[in-house]
Design a protein around this ligand. Structure first.
Ligand SMILES: NC(=O)c1ccc[n+]([C@@H]2O[C@H](COP(=O)([O-])OP(=O)(O)OC[C@H]3O[C@@H](n4cnc5c(N)ncnc54)[C@H](O)[C@@H]3O)[C@@H](O)[C@H]2O)c1
Ligand SMILES: [Zn+2]
Length: 384
């Protein structure tokens, strides 16, 4: 197929484009080379396979989108602003790129009368807000945002709304309802809604993929707003210690970028994929502290230096882990890269790169807007 990959110069895009080209597809990238990701003199990644067509352009420009969709059989739409924290302060920019960009791309597809065989949207687990939890007494629940006073008191867990006991996270299926907690999450939800609308109105065979926390080589070490593994790496490389949000207790599903690239390929090629919405994760729950330790192991740090400040960000969820049953059954997706192997791949790449520690800058920005808090060091009688 002739495949257009928007945002193809980015982290997930560059891995995916190489995989698509190796599988025999003709690949065209549309990417504006955002300086936050690619630096002030942005260029397409040097390692991209030579046959890949590179178009520098903006998904918010109708002219650029019309040129990009010409002669195309399938689209993988990755172009997006991606920082959860940053989206809370730069709301208009996030809506512009993520919502208007998706609308422009869909309009270009319909105006050009392209007969697409597939349109794949990169969505996010962020659309769920919190994941699914279970109280031993009161069963399964999908909770709302946690109380800020509770976080300030250093209670980093998810209380049952009925009995206040800490609930346990359970795998979140695609049928779970959407409760966005950040501006980024709202834009991903709007992208999904626009795509669902286009499917029913124009009969575009669409697949929505909800990626969980993606990590691996190529995730910008200059951008302090996304990718916790890259952010931790940059800070440790600068000789600083890590202050983990919510004491590193939050639970996430970290999936290696090679598994995500394979999922993209399956979504573009799979006969039974059209019309589906799929979680793409590892299915393995990990605390943020586990992730910091796994990174430390691969960069030769026997112990990772932590500072206990009890910091937290407004808009972060406590836990979300993928239920992969549907992706396995209908897409044939199975994650293959385990955490240590994936971290080794990241560390080997990062060793040859420049890194910028921007943690203090992001904290200062969030603090200005009242989006950052600290419970202080853990007290002796505190449970979590
Ligand atoms: N990385 C993750 O953990 C993760 C998790 C869930 C969902 N996603 C989604 O996956 C997609 C890719 O994310 P990524 O991690 O590769 O991010 P990335 O920032 O590395 O890549 C995004 C690319 O989009 C380009 N871009 C930004 N605005 C653009 C515009 N207006 N026009 C054209 N190109 C533009 C950027 O230059 C960049 O190359 C995004 O849609 C993101 O929301 C990522
Ligand atoms: Zn309960």
């Amino acid at each position: 197929m002739n495949i257009l990959v928007t945002g193809g110069a980015g982290f997930i895009g560059s891995h995916t484009c190489d995989m698509l080209a190796s599988a025999g597809h003709a690949v065209r990238i549309l990417d504006c080379l955002d300086p936050q990701i690619h630096g002030p003199h942005g260029a397409f990644p040097a390692g991209l396979a030579p046959g890949i067509e590179r178009m520098r352009g903006d998904v918010c420009s109708m002219d650029d989108c019309l040129a990009a969709v010409e002669g195309i059989d399938a689209v993988l739409h990755l172009a997006s602003r991606t920082g959860v924290g940053q989206s809370m302060t730069d709301v208009a920019d996030y809506v512009e790129t993520n919502v208007r960009g998706t609308a422009t791309l869909i309009e270009a597809v319909t105006k050009s009368r392209a007969r697409l065989r597939r349109f794949v949207l990169a969505s996010s687990r962020a659309v769920y807000g919190e994941g699914l939890f279970e109280c031993a007494r009161h069963g399964r629940m999908h909770p709302d945002v946690r109380d800020r006073a509770r976080l300030l008191a250093g209670r980093f867990d998810m209380p049952c709304p009925v009995c206040d006991r800490a609930m346990q996270p359970v795998p979140t299926p695609e049928s779970c309802d959407s409760k966005p907690l950040s501006a980024y999450a709202w834009t991903k939800r709007h992208q999904e809604d626009l795509c669902q609308w286009a499917v029913s109105t124009f009969d575009i065979p669409t697949v929505i993929l909800r990626y969980f926390n993606v990590y691996g080589s190529g995730q910008s070490l200059q951008n302090p707003y996304t990718g916790v593994v890259s952010i931790f790496y940059s800070r440790l490389k600068a000789g600083r210690s890590l202050s983990l949000y919510e004491r590193g207790l939050p639970l996430r599903d970290f999936v290696h970028v090679q598994d995500v690239a394979r999922a993209n390929l399956l979504a573009l090629e799979g006969k039974d994929a059209a019309g589906g919405c799929f979680n793409i994760g590892s299915g393995q729950p990990r605390t943020i502290a586990d992730i910091a330790q796994a990174l430390g192991r691969q960069i030769g740090m026997e112990t990772v230096p932590f500072e206990d400040r009890g910091e937290f960000r407004v808009g972060d969820v406590f836990a979300c882990v993928a239920d992969l049953e549907r992706a396995a059954a209908q897409l044939g997706y199975r994650p293959t890269v385990d955490l240590d192997e994936g971290m080794r791949e990241f560390a080997a790449w990062a060793a040859g790169q420049d890194a910028t520690d921007g943690y203090d800058k992001t904290v200062a920005e969030l603090s200005q807007y009242g989006l950052f808090g600290a419970a202080g060091p853990k007290k002796a009688n505190q449970a979590a």
